[in-house]
Write a protein of this length. Structure first.
Length: 255
C-alpha cells in the first residue's frame, strides 16, 4: 500500500551522564533535577523533564512541546530561574537537549520558551512505499495456545504488539523539480543521520501525515533488511537511477 500523505519523524539524542542534570533556582538557592538516563521520544522527554524538576523543587512544573516548532516551554506555579550559565552542572546540563543552550541565566518569571528546537526532524522526500499501518499488523507476545478436551481453544499471551512497515525510497541530494520528489540538498545525509540514530534502538515518533503533528505513534526500529534485530542498515542505490537510495522495508514496533 502507498500512503497518500507525506510523513515525517521526530527523534532526539538519549539522556546520558553528560546531559542528565538541570540546575534551577526557586529563590532560595540552587536546586538540581536529575533526569533518568535513557532513550526518549520528544513527548516523553518533556514529561521526564517536568517530573525531574517537580521532584527536585518545591512547586509543580509543566513542560509543553509545540509539535509544529519543536520548541519546549517550561512553566511553574511560581517564579523560578534556569541556571544556564551559573549552575553547577552547566557542562552536563539536560537543558541543552531541551533547546536552552548557552547564554545567561533565565530569571524572574514562571515560564520560559526555549530558543532552539528539541531533537531532530526527518522528512522523507517521497511517499512511503509498501506501507502497512499499525492497525493492520499486530502479534501476540509469547503466545501459548491451549486446547481443552472439549475442543475449546484459549490463547494466553503477554499482550499484543503492533508494528508498522514501510520503505523510504528516492532519498537523494540531487536537485529535483519538487513535483514528485521533494528537493533536499542534504537528502542523503538526512536519511543517513536518521537511520544511524534509529539503529541505536531509540524511541522516536512517526507521523503518517506531516501536516498533522498531533497524530503520531511512538516507535522503535524492530528490523531492517540488513539486520533482523534492527541494529544495522544499508541504503541501497536504486539503479539504474544513480544517486537515488532506498532503505528497503523497515519494520517499526509501536511502544
Amino acid at each position: 500500500m502507498t500512503i497518500q500523505t507525506k510523513s515525517k519523524f521526530y527523534y532526539m539524542d538519549s539522556v546520558s551522564a553528560t546531559t542528565q542534570y538541570v540546575d534551577f533556582d526557586e529563590g532560595a538557592g540552587e536546586l538540581t533535577a536529575t533526569l533518568t538516563s535513557g532513550s526518549y521520544s520528544l513527548t516523553d522527554f518533556a514529561t521526564e523533564l517536568a517530573r525531574a524538576m517537580t521532584a527536585a523543587g518545591g512547586q509543580t512544573y509543566t513542560v509543553s512541546l509545540n509539535r509544529s516548532t519543536r520548541k519546549i516551554t517550561i512553566s511553574a506555579t511560581g517564579n523560578f530561574s534556569l541556571l544556564l550559565s551559573s549552575g553547577t552542572h552547566t557542562a552536563s546540563s539536560g537543558l541543552v537537549l531541551a533547546g536552552f543552550s548557552g547564554g545567561s541565566d533565565r530569571a524572574s518569571t514562571n515560564s520560559y520558551l526555549a530558543a532552539s528546537t528539541v531533537g531532530s526532524e526527518y522528512k522523507p522526500q517521497y511517499f512511503l512505499q509498501k506501507y502497512v499501518p499499525s492497525d493492520n499488523l499486530q502479534k501476540e507476545v509469547m503466545p501459548s495456545i491451549n486446547q481443552s478436551a472439549s475442543g475449546k481453544v484459549e490463547v494466553l499471551s503477554f499482550g499484543t504488539v503492533k508494528f508498522i512497515e514501510m520503505e523510504i525510497p528516492f532519498c537523494t541530494s540531487l536537485t529535483q523539480s519538487g513535483v514528485a520528489i521533494e528537493n533536499n540538498a542534504t537528502g542523503e545525509a538526512d536519511i543517513r543521520s536518521f537511520l544511524q540514530a534509529a539503529v541505536k534502538k531509540i524511541d522516536f515518533e512517526f507521523m503518517p501525515d506531516r501536516d498533522t503533528e498531533t497524530t503520531f505513534e511512538k516507535v522503535i526500529l524492530e528490523k531492517t533488511p540488513e539486520d533482523s534485530k534492527g541494529v544495522g542498515y544499508r541504503l541501497k542505490e536504486m539503479l539504474p537511477l544513480a544517486g537515488y537510495f532506498s532503505t528497503g522495508k523497515l519494520t517499526l514496533r509501536v511502544v
